[in-house]
Design a protein around this ligand. Structure first.
Ligand code: SAH
Length: 344
């Protein structure tokens, strides 16, 4: 069986090439083709001999991430892709324009096993993990299509990144490599629904990515209804892990809080949340829930969202209301893949 060449780290690729009897500079050339230029075939690697390209092609494959559908928001220029992978599976990515540059939101799994009650990505269940090369491939495909450099990455597309930890770590290593995309780890944000042991792992490894927690509720009673993972690691365990993360790394942590009418948007919820987060170097992102066809969640009123944020701020907790981007193109992840599976 052919091996996935794009998912090797720099050192792994070098060891592979040594085993083929190739010198280090060859391995560097191949790394450059794969990770800097985003080559999709060995044929493109014009500074390698034809026989070497053929040899590589017999032993390895380059995972593909082809544009299947593309939507551009007329409101704010946000671009959404539905990508098709080597095995015919679909994933989604979104490119957003901010003051400080372009950010891509990438998927980390095909489907998701977390089962959050408001989320479209988990509806069809879990199919498989993405390889490190497939996570990175989303950036290459988008960059090539758009013709500009993407400077920031958020792991907030389909899937739970910390449920695919090993591949995500390899992805960090490769995109951060100066010989590759050279994206600073500080420009990467990883979002988790609260896989507590992996939060401790990130803390221990001191990887300087930004950590975001999808909290969405201030207590177990509400969170259990929204997020099945809460039965395994509850609100207090998550917050304990977060406090440790901040203490050890000195980094600010973010919390995502998706507001759903009459579920988690009351002033009492805001006060309870403020109490739980007291004294932590953190930021709360308030997100109006996105309407998902199969889900029966209603959006909170602007007034309630505003009130919620004011309660947090008065209690000394940093809070902002997330600007919605790409609302005309279904930019939130999981919905395009879902549609594609339905029509199959
Ligand atoms: N599994 C990871 C990352 C993917 S989801 C996580 O849970 O953090 C990215 C963010 O979108 C999460 O905060 C998730 O809770 C949120 N989200 C999912 N469905 C949503 C919806 N319908 N409306 C608003 N936010 C949603």
């Amino acid at each position: 069986m052919k091996k996935d060449i794009k998912s090797f780290t720099y050192d792994e690729l070098n060891n592979e090439m040594i085993s083929l009897g190739l010198p280090r500079f060859r391995s560097n050339q191949i790394f450059d083709w794969l990770h800097k230029r985003g080559a999709v075939s060995f044929e493109e690697m014009s500074n390698l001999s034809k026989s070497l390209r053929e040899e590589l092609n017999d032993l390895y494959y380059i995972s593909s991430c082809e544009i299947e559908e593309k939507y551009v928001s007329e409101i704010d220029g946000t671009v959404k892709y539905l990508f098709k992978l080597t095995d015919g599976e679909y994933i989604e990515s979104v490119v957003m324009k901010y003051k400080y540059g372009h950010t891509v939101c990438v998927s980390t799994q095909v489907g998701c096993r977390m089962g959050c009650s408001f989320c479209a990505s988990t509806l069809g269940g879990f199919k498989r993990n993405l390889s490190a090369g497939e996570i990175e491939g989303q950036i290459h495909s988008a960059q090539k299509d758009l013709g500009f450099r993407i400077s920031n990455v958020v792991l907030m597309g389909i899937g739970e990144p910390l449920d695919n930890f090993e591949n995500v770590l390899k992805f960090f290593e490769n995109v951060n490599n100066k010989k590759g995309l050279n994206i600073s780890l500080r420009s990467i944000t990883v979002s988790t629904c609260g896989i507590v042991p992996r939060i401790y792992d990130l803390t221990e490894k001191k990887i300087p990515v930004t950590l975001t927690i999808s909290l969405h509720a201030p207590n177990d009673e509400i969170r259990n209804h929204m997020m099945p993972i809460n039965a395994k690691w509850n609100v207090d365990e998550i917050i304990r892990a977060c406090r440790e993360y901040v203490k050890q790394t000195g980094k600010r942590i973010s919390f995502e809080y998706t507001l759903i009418k009459d579920v988690n948007d009351t002033p009492a919820c805001a006060s309870e949340l403020a109490h739980k987060l007291k004294g932590m170097l953190c930021h709360v992102n308030l997100i109006p829930v996105n309407d998902v066809k199969e889900r029966k969640n209603s959006v909170s009123s602007n007034e309630n969202i505003y009130k919620f944020s004011e309660i947090l701020k008065k209690a000394g907790i940093n809070a902002t209301i997330r600007r919605t981007l790409g609302s005309d193109i279904n930019a939130s992840c999981g919905q395009l893949r879902r549609k594609r599976i339905e029509v199959k």
